[in-house]
Design a protein. Structure first.
Length: 319
């Protein structure tokens, strides 16, 4: 029987063809003969307790000038599909949370959701790293100005960042000589009403980069994409102008993956990207991890194919 795979994503017309990970996933599914269904977040809804969506049949092509075709809109139950990829980009706001409730209802109706809706809520991409203190540099999560000032004074060179950002947005590096510590804390915490994260700065980002390690069902793919900051930049994020190169995992990287992997698998997080700088994990990305296209090209991989094989096996096992 043909597998029906639905994707919840930002408008497909607006993606970056060259590097979009979701497009690679959809192409891998289509190559296996699976049917593709397209859903935007606004199209999810509940009706009389059932998970529903405004859906469109979808076909994709790896053509930079013409990469998708959509059919007419239909209103159908999410239970008509076998698996849903939740690939809506952050921000992780109230609307995102509401979407996970709807996807959780689809899950109750027998649909496999990747990643698991409850885990998307439970694993904040910044805070979840603190579940593994043995893998992290000193870190603080608080909205209290005095605690943040103390952390800065103790460690001297620190990173402050919001808990709900992506692509390097809202990240500040503060050295001990920084004259604007107070105003930066006030801005990020919205005058003590918003939790933020403080981490010690890891200088290896300038030499070995911010490494994105992709994991499928708790196992790493064996390689990482090292994102190196642009000149006069602290952030390695590609969205912030960083450059990337593929690297093999170090022994320390593999150890971190071994620490984190079982928890990811146990919580239904089939596709995850962990970020490692130097010897330390800084984030666990669960919403819509990227870098598949770059790693495929660097090492002649088929990461999306590996994910589809994992999904196929899980569908068979869960029946």
């Amino acid at each position: 029987m043909t597998i029906k795979l639905a994707v919840v994503m930002d408008p497909i017309r607006d993606i970056s063809f060259k590097k979009d990970t979701t497009l690679a996933m959809l192409n891998a599914a289509q190559q296996r003969g699976w049917e593709l269904i397209y859903i935007e977040q606004r199209g999810l809804y509940l009706e009389d307790g059932k998970a529903m969506a405004i859906m469109q049949d979808l076909s994709v092509k790896m053509d930079p000038d013409d990469w998708y075709t959509l059919g007419p809109e239909q209103r159908q139950s999410l239970s008509t599909v076998d698996v849903i990829l939740m690939r809506k980009d952050p921000p992780f706001n109230r609307e995102y949370i509401y979407s996970t409730y709807m996807l959780e209802q689809a899950e109750r109706e027998g649909v496999l959701v990747v990643n698991k809706p409850q885990a998307l809520r439970d694993f904040n991409e910044k805070v979840s790293a603190t579940l593994f203190p043995q893998c992290c540099t000193p870190v603080l999560v608080t909205q209290d100005k005095d605690l943040l000032m103390e952390f800065h004074n103790t460690h001297g060179d620190v990173i402050f960042k919001p808990l709900d950002g992506m692509g390097g947005t809202g990240i500040f590096r503060l050295k001990l000589s920084e004259p604007n510590v107070s105003v930066i804390i006030e801005t990020l915490t919205e005058y003590g009403t918003r939790q933020i994260m403080a981490q010690t700065f890891i200088p290896e980002i300038s030499t070995s980069g911010d490494k994105r390690i992709l994991m499928i069902n708790g196992e790493s793919i064996g390689y990482a994409l090292a994102r190196l900051p642009a000149k006069n930049e602290t952030r390695g994020n590609l969205a912030a102008g960083g450059t990337a190169k593929g690297v093999e995992l170090s022994d320390r990287d593999r150890w971190i993956c071994e620490q984190v992997g079982p928890t990811l698998k146990e919580n239904g997080l089939l596709f995850v990207g962990i970020d490692v700088i130097g010897d330390y994990m800084t984030e666990i990305n669960v919403t819509s991890p990227t870098c598949v296209r770059e790693l495929d090209e660097a090492f002649n991989l088929d990461i999306s194919g590996q994910l589809m094989d994992c999904i196929d096996e899980k569908l068979k096992t869960d029946k």
